[in-house]
Design a protein around this ligand. Structure first.
Ligand SMILES: [Zn+2]
Length: 485
């Protein structure tokens, strides 16, 4: 019998951490999204950032999940008599370990003396060999500040993380006056969603390099002129590339598909550690009060991947994220970068949209206990018709740009999609205008790059993701400029 001892030894080292969690990508198929309603109501299961039903080529719908072997067995048992629902798990090694893009070692930017350089200024065959580690994300910001003095500004956010880390944000394109910034993008909120910070940093590096050299940008089959680059930069871009550094440090060192932060106040071991930052924002946070008891848009259980924390904005990382709106009061468009589903999500995420009854809205206590059931008409979330048109236009443009790169397909959909969420960053962004008198109206989006449940991309996928997202950011930002601020 052939023995591949050296290779096996390497693989064993790499997958040790994964074995502890033993999460398998699972595809659940059904004729309609409604068939998934009971499954997604079970908030002990991990559906990624939020449950999404994606249409399949044979006219059905697919729901992706990451499940333990016990959960898969249970699911097979539950639906063994229902022929319309099929459950198919994927072999672990293929999607979680083999061929995955490595995490960078050392510091490729040498503490900021080397300037980050993206893919849009390079040939389409160019490739970035590894994912940025946490130190590199910070030195990339230093490198951009060093390369573009007076044009790229970085600053420390006010709240240190649970483990004592200082988070860094930056702004560029509209000068030193922080009231002139209109676009806000963040990444690295869910730790395991590898490549999110890279997508954002390399895009901004591209914009600055093209602006300086007078050139355009190219991502696969999509190209942008220097005038378009300048137009996007002039809108003023605020970037917060690593929202959850504690979680990312842990995920990068453990390979455990870690999602939450590393707060131990509500639980000190295993999955009970950490809060889901994307359920911790101050938008209908107390879901038991605001939503129908038949839905679980977040979880009160510390061991859930969607644990909402101990209060709205209880987490330092969430407070940092929110502080950006106060420093940049003219922000108008927000994009939170997540993976992995291949979608652009737009408002709202708590219930189906309606534009006819302004009084039926998230602030109206009359509807407490009634929100979140997407199949009924008891409650639908109010969105002014003009806003609905603008956000759909931007989401569709971003999707077209991402498809245009040429590596794969994407879709846009309302964030509520298959199931509601509470306390999410995109809804919080959009809700501020109504909840806090005097603040600007911010359109909130979530980009879900990458293939479903494939949180650890291969090197090839990692590079495709950079090109796809960067074209998506360009189209989204150009639409923002066209809509006007
Ligand atoms: Zn996410």
């Amino acid at each position: 019998m052939k023995q591949f001892v050296p290779a096996a030894a390497v693989v064993a080292l790499q997958i040790t951490a994964c074995i502890a969690e033993e999460l398998l990508p699972v595809q659940i198929r059904a004729p309609t999204p409604g068939h998934f309603s009971d499954i997604v109501a079970n908030n002990t299961l991990d559906f990624g950032c939020r449950p999404v039903a994606l249409p399949t080529s044979d006219g059905k719908f697919e729901l992706q999940a990451l499940l333990t072997r016990d959960q898969i067995s249970w699911l097979h048992g539950e639906y063994s008599s229902d022929e319309s629902i099929t459950i198919q798990e994927t072999v672990l090694d293929k999607r979680q370990t083999s061929g995955k893009a490595p995490i960078g070692t050392g510091d490729r930017f040498s503490g900021g003396s080397v300037t980050p350089s993206g893919l849009g200024t390079k040939a389409n065959t160019a490739s970035i060999a590894s994912i940025l580690n946490v130190n590199e994300i910070n030195s990339a910001l230093t490198g951009l500040a060093n390369a573009y003095p007076g044009a790229f500004f970085k600053y420390n956010l006010p709240y240190t993380t649970f483990q004592g880390r200082t988070s860094v944000a930056a702004y560029t394109g509209a000068g030193a006056d922080t009231s002139k910034y209109r676009l806000y993008l963040s990444a690295g909120m869910h730790a395991r969603e590898r490549g999110g910070p890279d997508n954002l940093l390399y895009w901004v590096a591209d914009l600055l390099a093209a602006n300086k050299s007078g050139s355009g940008l190219t991502y696969g089959s999509k190209s942008y002129t220097n005038a378009q680059v300048k137009s996007v930069l002039n809108a003023g871009i605020v970037l917060f590339p690593l929202v959850n550094p504690d979680g990312v440090v842990y995920d990068q060192s453990s390979g455990s598909l870690w999602r939450k932060n590393r707060n131990t106040r509500s639980g000190t071991s295993g999955s009970s550690i950490g809060v889901d930052l994307n359920r911790n924002f101050n938008f209908l946070w107390n879901f038991r009060k605001f939503f129908s008891s038949s839905v679980s848009p977040a979880s009160t259980s510390p061991s859930s991947e969607a644990f909402y924390g101990t209060a709205a904005e209880s987490e330092q990382e969430t407070k940092n994220h929110v502080s950006v709106y106060d420093k940049f009061p003219g922000l108008r468009w927000f994009m939170d970068i997540h993976s992995a589903a291949g979608t652009i999500l737009y408002s709202w995420g708590d219930d189906v949209n309606q534009s006819t009854d302004p009084k039926m809205n998230f602030l109206n206590a009359t509807y407490d206990g009634k929100r979140g059931v997407t199949s009924d008409t008891v409650y639908k979330e109010y969105i002014p018709a003009a806003d609905a048109t603008n956000i759909k236009r931007a989401a569709d443009a971003a999707v077209a740009g991402m498809r245009g790169v040429g590596s794969r397909s994407y879709t846009s959909q309302q964030a509520v999609g298959l199931y509601p969420t509470s306390g999410a960053s995109d809804d919080y962004a959009f809700s501020r205008f109504w909840a806090k008198p005097g603040v600007s109206k911010v359109y909130g989006f979530t980009m879900e790059f990458g293939y479903s449940t494939n949180f650890y991309p291969t090197t090839s996928e990692f590079n495709n993701n950079i090109r796809d997202t960067n074209a998506g950011f360009m189209e989204w930002a150009l639409t923002a400029v066209a809509v006007g601020f």
